[in-house]
Every structure is written in structure tokens, then in C-alpha cells.
Design a protein around this ligand. Structure first.
Ligand SMILES: Nc1ncnc2c1ncn2[C@@H]1O[C@H](COP(=O)(O)OP(=O)(O)OP(=O)(O)O)[C@@H](O)[C@H]1O
Length: 368
């Protein structure tokens, strides 16, 4: 993150409990203007709570929340330049599309022509220009969601908060809305903070992802960083499919697992440190026993359209998920192979800061 730019939103050690439930645990985060951010995590991890703290619907027990460098903990919701789009749309059912979208601009005291222009512009943006006079109950779920987005954007927010806005839509509509939302964000250039529990959705849409679990940000980074370099078991397991086995980092670039030493590209740990080893299913190949780095027995397979998902087991009892272009024979003993750069090492209980420092130190070594 650039040092010069003041984040549009920042949390510093934000803590919140509901009675005995500790919902957010000293959360730090920074959001830069004009980008698409996603809060990703399982149900109950605290994602919506973060949105409510940004919008002013909730107040933190401790810590600072700031907008463009100004503390806003005590600034009421209506004074924040933020709007929220909810999963259930929260439209006014007794108003038509025009009146729903015109609601904010009318409250702001815009004149009739300005309001008309604003509504037209917003309905154009969400591709609903022909629906201006429709009643809300005459719209499909996808169309209602577009009205909700248009209504929120008509208030000219600096930040648009989106709380699982696509989860009620069917798979195809959801995919196309993902692209459209991304396009709208890029066209308007405002900041989007999007909440989802769907990792594929987060990877496809975001500039930057905060992965949450149990009220703690486990990792934040670009989709590529988080997918390629998960910092801990939770992130590796939650983002994409992962094979995770215990190992020992014997020395820099040599890791031992399933009874063998393997060359890899990680460094910066104590000699013989216990680690977890991550290998993604798409990075594994099945081959002959002679060419394999491990020997496995095929246990199961299912056809997934563009690949076979194969389950195999090594002689130590570890299960391996493999994505292969060719089918395998159940019960066959075959070789499993992978490249040194596909082995990702995770230290037990490493903090995100320590992880970043270690990554930087050996990236610097590589440059020498
Ligand atoms: N008003 C409340 N009173 C008591 N507990 C609450 C309240 N709101 C949220 N919680 C609890 O806080 C935790 C975090 O809730 P939050 O809604 O932020 O999670 P989430 O990650 O958005 O989950 P989901 O994806 O299911 O919406 C949950 O354990 C939830 O039960």
C-alpha cells in the first residue's frame, strides 16, 4: 500500500463484543479510495459487523475508525458518505422503480430536472432504463437487486458497501452480476466494500481481499497473493482446494514430508522447524510410479466438465486431491509429481506481519 495516500477508511485496533460474544478482535484495516475490496469469510466471522461499523449502524467498543484520516467513531450514520446495498434489497415496495431511485436525491433537495437526470443516469448504469415505471413486485430478483444498487448509487456515496448482494440470485445471473458490479465500480471509480462467503466470487471481483475468521482478519492481499501464498491453514483451506500435510523445513529450500526430502522455494525458517505444506490440486500431476515424487493409490474420481477430480492416498495415509485432464483407474498405484515452486510452506502460528517480512527477506536475497 502506498505510503503517501491517506486511506479513505481505516480501522485501528477496533474491538467489539455483543454481550459475551467477542465479535471483532482488534481489527486493523486500510481501504484506499477507488478500489474494489472484499471481506471474505464464513458465516459469523464478523464481515457484516465491519460494514455496520463503516456505515455507522454500530459503534466500536474501542479503537479508532477514520475516514480520510478523520476519526468518525462519533459521527452519525447519515453524515457518512457511505451507502449500503443489502442482500434482501430493502426496496420500498409501495414505490415504483423511479421513486425508489429518486428517494435519496429528493431527500437531498435536488430539483425535479436534476432528480430525473440522476435517476436516468443510474438506471442506465444498471441497464434498467426501460423499467422506470415498473412496480417493485413486477421485477425479478436480479432486477430488484439492480434497482437497489441504482438507489444506493444515486446518493453519490464515496464508498458503497455491499452485504452479500448476489447471494439470492441463481448461478448464471450471479456470474453476470459479478462482472457488471466490477464494471460499475471501475466506471464510477468509487470505493466498493463487498461482503461474501464465496471465495470464487471474491477472487473474481476484488482488487484486495480481507479474509476473516472468528472476528480476526487472517490475511489481506490481492487475490493472487492470497491464493498463491496463504498464510495459515484456515486461509489455505478456505480459499480454493488445498492438500495440506505436516512437514519439517530441514534448511532453506529443503522440506521433508511423507518420508522424503523435496526441493522447494521457501526460506527464512529455523532449521528443522515444523511446518505445514500446501499443494494445490491443479498443481499436481499423475504419472508413472518411476517418474513420481510420491506413490499414491487412486481411491475415487468425479468428472467436473473440464477436469477430473481425483482422490488418491499415499502410503502414509495422507489424502491427495488432484485435478487431472485424463481419467484414472480406481485402485491403480501411480506416481504423483509436482514442481518445487508448487510447494508452499506455512509456518505454525506465523503472524501476517512476520510472514510479509520473511517473504520480503528472501525475495531480496533472490535479487542479489
Ligand atoms: N446484534 C447482535 N447481537 C448479538 N450478536 C450479534 C449481533 N449481530 C451479530 N452478532 C454476532 O456477531 C457475530 C458476527 O456476525 P456478522 O453478522 O458480522 O457475521 P458475518 O460474517 O457477516 O456472517 P454472515 O455471513 O452469516 O452474515 C456472529 O456470531 C453473530 O451471531
Amino acid at each position: 500500500m502506498s505510503e503517501k495516500q491517506v486511506p479513505i477508511i481505516a480501522f485501528n485496533q477496533v474491538d467489539l463484543s455483543f454481550g459475551d460474544t467477542h465479535v471483532l478482535n482488534n481489527v486493523d484495516l486500510e481501504i484506499e479510495a477507488g478500489k474494489f475490496y472484499t471481506l471474505l469469510g464464513p458465516s459469523g466471522s464478523g464481515k457484516s459487523t465491519i460494514l455496520k461499523l463503516i456505515s455507522g449502524q454500530l459503534t466500536a467498543d474501542s479503537g479508532d475508525i477514520s475516514f480520510e484520516g478523520q476519526r468518525v467513531n462519533d459521527v452519525p450514520a447519515e453524515k457518512r458518505k457511505v451507502n449500503t446495498v443489502f442482500q434482501n434489497y430493502a426496496l420500498f415496495p409501495n414505490m415504483n422503480v423511479f421513486d425508489n431511485v429518486a428517494f435519496g436525491p429528493t431527500l437531498k433537495g435536488m430539483n425535479k430536472t436534476e432528480i430525473k437526470n440522476k435517476v436516468k443516469e443510474m438506471l442506465n448504469l444498471v441497464k434498467l432504463s426501460d423499467f422506470v415505471d415498473r412496480e417493485i413486485d413486477e421485477l425479478s430478483g436480479g432486477q430488484q437487486q439492480r434497482v437497489a444498487i441504482a438507489r444506493a448509487l444515486a446518493n453519490d456515496p464515496e464508498v458503497l458497501l455491499l452485504d452479500e448482494p448476489l447471494s439470492a440470485l441463481d448461478y448464471k445471473l450471479r456470474k453476470s452480476m459479478q462482472y457488471e458490479l466490477r464494471e460499475i465500480q471501475q466506471r464510477l471509480g468509487i470505493t466498493f466494500v463487498f461482503v461474501t462467503h464465496d471465495q470464487e466470487e471474491a477472487l473474481a471481483m476484488s482488487d484486495w481481499i480481507f479474509v476473516m475468521n472468528d472476528g480476526v482478519i487472517q490475511q489481506n492481499g490481492s487475490p493472487e497473493d492470497i491464493y498463491d501464498e496463504p498464510i495459515n491453514h484456515f486461509v489455505a483451506d478456505f480459499i480454493g482446494e488445498s492438500n495440506i500435510v505436516d512437514g519439517i523445513m530441514k534448511e532453506d529450500y529443503v522440506v521433508h514430508f511423507v518420508g522424503k526430502d523435496f526441493e522447494n522455494v521457501d526460506a527464512g525458517m529455523r532449521p528443522n522447524e515444523r511446518v505445514e505444506v500446501v499443494l494445490r490440486p491443479e498443481d499436481l500431476d499423475l504419472t508413472s510410479i518411476e517418474n513420481g515424487k510420491l506413490v499414491v493409490t487412486i481411491e475415487d474420481q468425479s468428472f467436473r466438465g473440464d477436469y477430473y477430480e481425483i482422490t488418491a492416498r499415499d502410503d502414509d495415509g495422507n489424502e491427495w486431491q488432484v485435478q487431472a485432464t485424463n481419467s484414472a483407474i480406481i485402485g491403480a498405484r501411480v506416481g504423483l509429481t509436482f514442481d518445487p515452486e508448487d510447494i508452499h510452506i506455512m509456518r505454525f502460528n506465523e503472524s501476517e506481519d512476520d510472514f510479509d517480512a520473511r517473504l520480503e527477506s528472501y525475495e531480496d536475497d533472490d535479487e542479489i
